[in-house]
Design a protein around this ligand. Structure first.
Ligand code: ZN
Length: 98
């Protein structure tokens, strides 16, 4: 990951340990993805206490979460940065003219 934005030079790590907060965003995204996986698994494959379908869902969900981890990490950093850095359209258009 860059230290600064290649276009506008915005510093990404605003203070030491700034990225610790992304853990909470990443956690929320992980829970949301798990709920999404639970819903489609329930609808298309089926979940019941009578067999081990819940264990199958746990395994499938774990694999999907692992595969999505690089993407979840980056997207949570973007979301976290958006909490603190405002996108200014005028400044952006000025930078484009250069
Ligand atoms: Zn930028």
């Amino acid at each position: 990951m860059h230290d600064n934005c290649p276009v506008c030079k915005q510093k990404f790590e605003l203070e030491t340990g700034f990225w610790f907060g992304t853990g909470y965003v990443s956690y929320a995204l992980g829970v949301a993805l798990s709920v999404f996986n639970l819903i489609w698994f329930w609808l298309f494959i089926g979940l019941t206490w009578r067999d081990n379908s819940i264990m199958v869902w746990l395994a499938v969900n774990g694999v999907i979460l692992l595969l999505c981890q690089p993407w979840l990490m980056r997207i949570s950093r973007v979301i976290y940065l958006y909490f603190f850095v405002y996108y200014d359209e005028e400044t952006a258009s000025l930078l484009e003219e250069k």
